[in-house]
Design a protein around this ligand. Structure first.
Ligand code: UD1
Length: 417
């Protein structure tokens, strides 16, 4: 199994180009299933989760080619409606094919993704909302078997809880539902905005009618479309924190700064010096880091996907910080490993009490999920000596060329088998 060796501690200096967003690409790729025309996508990140989604689409009958940096998806002969456990089990985002398959074929059999290391992660909100569009479903041997005997029919749906995936599944499905659908209490993450922009470009009739509500008028057909996926705001946030934690000086490029305002404000509060330009940010990390309390929340709150990385930074703060994880029930698995590297973090239910003034020490540690993996790299970058991070396959699911990008700015990092 592959591992990463990190030899700290170096101040990171230079420029990093941010890749396309994994979490925007996944629903957009699922939404291409609506189309019988070609879709040309630019800026898909080269990460494992995107490979998995492309494999899932191919297993459903999509024809996919890469031409001059664009991924061309041809669903003109796509006819299958079965998404197997083998593909879905490795990535929960696979459930996003359920909505478009039902919209297009009135039936689908999609493996239920089950739980994962960060929590139970049910799909009840997706299913309840789809049933309001006329979908009948049962769960049989781990599969969601769903039909829409009369096709999808528009309705008013209010999500009982804000869910990124359920909002995406329903937006895509409703594009082909007969009549008008209104969705309220929607997630409004920038990746959802990107999905909506993509669907509008395909010809779908979608309009925001209030901050968390959308009105969708069903259509029958979409047109050939070219689209460039937005930047990965979590990757951008991760490298901003890498600069702050190593007291480095990084310019993060190919981004839209206003989309990561929450992260920028948070980093300013802890004391980093930040200069914002049109499509880039320069950050200089300071020796003194101020403690802050953080509550993860749906956008525009602090993203749960940046919690582990911020925790590493707050370990080095001058005082105690409290991080409250409000989205997932089991997302502090990095804590035990960070404590092995010298941190002093206590967990009390959904709160992590991060006692500051940590000087990280190198250690051999184990990654447990995508963002936990990267938090261990951040800690290792600041620890003097050699750290080894095991189980890095989690990392490859969501960070494009991470060693290459970090090496370019002065990190001593290498992958070993
Ligand atoms: C997406 C992101 C993930 C991010 C998360 C929260 C993708 C591919 N993944 O995951 O990186 O951490 O948003 O920002 O975009 N829930 C239910 N029932 C449901 C659906 C969700 O109870 O049917 C719960 C979840 O267990 C969780 C909360 O709602 O506690 C939010 O989950 P959700 O927003 O749906 O996350 P994902 O879409 O799975």
């Amino acid at each position: 199994m592959q591992k990463l060796e990190v030899l700290g501690a170096n101040k990171l200096k230079g420029q990093i180009n941010i890749s396309g967003s994994k979490n925007a690409s996944l629903p957009i790729l699922a939404a291409t299933l609506l189309s019988k025309k070609k879709v040309y996508l630019k800026n898909l990140p080269r990460v494992k989760d995107i490979e998995t989604m492309l494999m899932l689409l191919e297993s459903l009958g999509s024809k996919i080619k890469k031409i001059k940096g664009k991924t061309v998806i041809d669903n003109s002969n796509q006819k299958k409606t079965f998404a197997s456990y083998n593909l879905v089990k490795t990535m929960r985002g696979s459930i996003l094919v359920l909505g478009p398959l039902l919209a297009k074929f009135k039936k689908a059999k999609v493996s239920s993704p089950g739980g994962c290391s960060i929590g139970v992660r049910p799909i009840d909100i997706h299913l309840k909302a789809l049933s309001k569009l006329g979908v009948k479903y049962k769960i049989d041997q781990g599969y969601v078997i769903a039909t829409a005997p009369k096709g999808l029919i528009g309705n008013s749906i209010r999500f009982s809880k804000i869910s990124v995936g359920a909002t995406e599944n329903l937006i895509i499905a409703a594009c082909f539902a007969k009549g008008i659908t209104t969705l309220s209490n929607c997630a409004i993450e920038p990746e959802i905005e990107d999905l909506v922009n993509f669907l509008i470009k395909m010809g779908c009739n979608i309009r925001w009618i209030s901050k968390r509500s959308l009105k969708i008028v069903g259509i029958d057909e979409v047109k050939e479309t070219n689209y460039s996926v937005m930047f990965d705001r979590i990757e951008a946030g991760t490298y901003l924190i890498a600069a702050a934690v190593t007291e480095g000086n990084l310019t993060i490029k190919k981004i839209i700064p206003k989309i990561i305002k929450t992260e920028i404000d948070m980093l300013k509060k802890v004391g980093a010096k930040i200069v914002i330009k049109k499509n880039e940010i320069n950050i200089i990390g300071k020796k003194k880091i101020n403690s802050i309390n953080i509550n993860t929340a749906p956008f525009p709150g602090v993203a749960t996907d940046i919690q582990a990385q911020m925790m590493v930074l707050l370990c080095k703060a001058n005082k105690r910080s409290i991080i409250t994880e409000n989205i997932f029930e089991n997302r502090f698995m990095h804590v035990a490993e960070l404590n092995r590297m010298g941190a002093n973090i206590l967990i009390n239910g959904k709160k992590a009490i991060v006692n500051g003034n940590t000087i990280f020490a190198p250690a051999e540690v184990m990654a447990t999920d995508l963002r936990a993996s990267v938090s261990l790299i951040l800690a290792a970058l600041t620890a003097k000596g050699k750290s080894v991070i095991n189980r890095i396959y989690h990392l490859d699911r969501g960070y494009e060329s991470i060693e290459k990008k970090l090496k370019k700015v002065g990190a001593k990092i290498r992958r070993v088998n």
